[in-house]
Design a protein around this ligand. Structure first.
Ligand code: FE2
Ligand code: FE2
Length: 260
């Protein structure tokens, strides 16, 4: 079984690039399931219905989120009615939507869990206890991917090792910068600290760099906008054993356009 996980998709440039490159990747690599982090899909902040539909049309099947979950006003309703989109599971009890979802891939149940780290982010419930609880609820599912949306490398590595041998993959998102530490941990869990992003590559994390620099230099309020120009696509392909769910490989995929 082959799963493609696409890093944070930023704005319309990110959506468009996914639509352009995904069909070719799916054909060439015989992918069985496509999961993407969509927390920046609408103008770099959150995701609305329109962006969701655009990603589904492009071939994405499950969408994960992060700290930008509530930036668009129709997201709470969207999360309540659409089982294909998940927000971090360790949000406080009573939060709209769900933190994990089960789909079927090649006749088998596949569990997708979204978690968020707490270092330099909101002080949410403990992601380690929450993932243990969810796994306890699904003892029979062997094919499991966890999107660990977090700022620090240490918190993501800790989650990878915490879950080694208990899930098929732990992939990091949020920093928008891909790391080169992809590997299969000793007990069969594929791991990467950050997958990276899909969007304008000459901005800062996908946003217009001039505005970001102005804000940093002046400390004045500046409205950020998604950058334009050349784009990049960051994803990982994870290969899983059909029977056991153990990862047998993880490969980074990086595509980009040249020029400004
Ligand atoms: Fe992001
Ligand atoms: Fe984020």
């Amino acid at each position: 079984m082959r799963v493609l996980f696409i890093g944070d998709i930023v704005g319309r440039p990110g959506q468009d690039y996914v639509r352009e490159v995904l069909p070719g990747l799916l054909r060439a690599r015989r992918i069985d399931l496509v999961i993407a982090n969509g927390e920046n899909a609408t103008n770099g902040r959150g995701i609305n219905r329109l962006a969701c539909e655009a990603l589904y049309d492009a071939g994405v099947e499950i969408i994960t989120l992060g700290n930008h979950t509530w930036d668009q006003k129709d997201t709470p309703a969207l999360l309540e009615e659409d089982l294909r989109i998940v927000r971090p599971a360790n949000f406080p009890e009573g939060t709209p939507g769900r933190g994990h979802t089960v789909c079927r891939v090649a006749g088998r149940p596949f569990l997708v869990i979204n978690l968020m780290g707490r270092t330099f982010l909101s002080q949410l419930d403990c992601p380690f206890r929450e993932v243990d609880r969810i796994l306890g609820e699904h003892p029979d599912i062997r094919h499991i991917l966890v999107d660990m949306h977090a700022e620090t490398t240490s918190e993501k590595l800790a989650m990878g090792w915490h879950l080694d041998g208990r899930v098929s993959a732990v992939v990091g998102t949020h920093t928008h910068v891909p790391t080169s530490d992809e590997r299969v941990l000793p007990n069969g869990t594929a791991y990467i600290t950050d997958v990276g992003m899909v969007g304008p590559r000459n901005g800062i994390l996908g946003m217009d760099r001039h505005r970001v620099i102005r804000k940093m230099r002046t400390q004045m309020p500046v409205k950020f906008e998604v950058a334009s120009g050349a784009r990049q696509f960051c994803a990982v392909e994870i290969e899983l054993d059909d029977e056991t769910g153990r990862a047998t490989g993880i490969e980074r995929i990086f595509l980009c356009e040249t020029g400004e």
